[in-house]
Design a protein around this ligand. Structure first.
Ligand code: ZN
Ligand code: FE
Ligand code: FE
Ligand code: ZN
Length: 277
């Protein structure tokens, strides 16, 4: 039996906190913002700390993890919206050993897996945007999907975050090329029982569209890859942002359900007709 939707709203599974050094606002205000939009549940999925010195500028220190866990549990008070505890963990060369031990030792509800770097290049970082002018776009995307493929095969993550992030500044392959590149990765996501995030932050970026694109969302739907929704909010005002177009994107691709997660176990829920605020 599949559950009926209890709100005309969708959970927001991708929220950051001040601990990652590039977000702002009180965690209680993120939750307040969700409550005013009738969002049934939210998940903090801040950038994962790494002990090996990986990208320290954009993530919490290892020693701040307990603060993170405390901050989130302080707003887990039984009042709506429900608050889940998650993490956005980067996949990069050599990350597995640590993550394989550490992730299961935490009480996470959701682990998003993301790729933000290709061979040391922060390809979605505005300060490193100029690099796009001197690389082969298709080759770069191929390398990106190769990394995402390894992310999937590691089996460490519950869902892939912002699957076509390299389009952020508008550099992208044509549909035919994209289809060829994305197909094997989507096959592996489906085979691994992983989910995929519809991340609305792309609308706020130069590309001006949700990650991933309608083509990829349709291909994911054909493979019955379960989806969730994330604003990637880095401030309270971004919670639930652009969820109307995200719901439309999911439906136009053929989706009828999305997943909710608890303790890293997914459950399928019917998509609401519309979002009412
Ligand atoms: Zn961030
Ligand atoms: Fe990310
Ligand atoms: Fe994020
Ligand atoms: Zn993110």
């Amino acid at each position: 039996m599949k559950k009926q939707p209890e709100f005309n709203s969708l959970p927001d599974y991708h929220l950051h906190t001040i601990l990652c050094k590039h977000a702002e606002g009180d965690i209680a205000d993120y939750r307040k913002a969700a409550r005013t939009q009738n969002i049934p549940e939210i998940c903090f999925s801040d950038h994962c700390p790494n002990p090996d010195g990986y990208d320290p500028a954009h993530r919490m220190e290892m020693k701040k993890f307990e603060t993170y866990s405390d901050m989130v549990s302080r707003v887990q008070d039984g009042e709506p919206p429900a608050v889940l505890f998650g993490i956005e963990a980067d996949y990069y060369e050599g990350c597995e050993a640590f993550l394989r031990e550490w992730l299961p030792a935490q009480q996470f509800d959701l682990v998003l897996g993301s790729v933000h770097y290709i061979e040391g290049w922060g390809f979605d970082n505005p300060a490193q945007r100029h690099v796009w002018d001197s690389v082969d776009v298709n080759e770069t995307w191929r390398k990106y999907f190769e990394l995402v493929g390894r992310l999937v095969d590691s089996g460490l993550f519950d869902a892939v975050g912002h699957l076509d992030l390299p389009k952020k500044f508008g550099f992208r392959p044509n549909d035919k090329e994209l289809k060829e590149m994305a197909k094997p990765v989507l096959d592996r996501i489906a085979k691994g029982g992983m989910g995929m995030e519809l991340n609305t932050s792309g609308i706020r970026r130069p590309v001006g569209e949700i990650y991933p694109s309608p083509l990829i969302v349709s291909m994911a739907c054909e493979r019955e890859i379960p989806i969730c929704f994330g604003s990637d909010a880095h401030r309270p005002g971004e919670v639930g942002a652009e969820f109307d177009p995200a719901l439309n994107l999911a439906k136009e691709a053929g989706y009828t359900h999305y997943f909710r997660i608890r303790g890293r176990t997914k459950e399928l829920i019917p998509l609401p007709e519309t979002l009412s605020v």
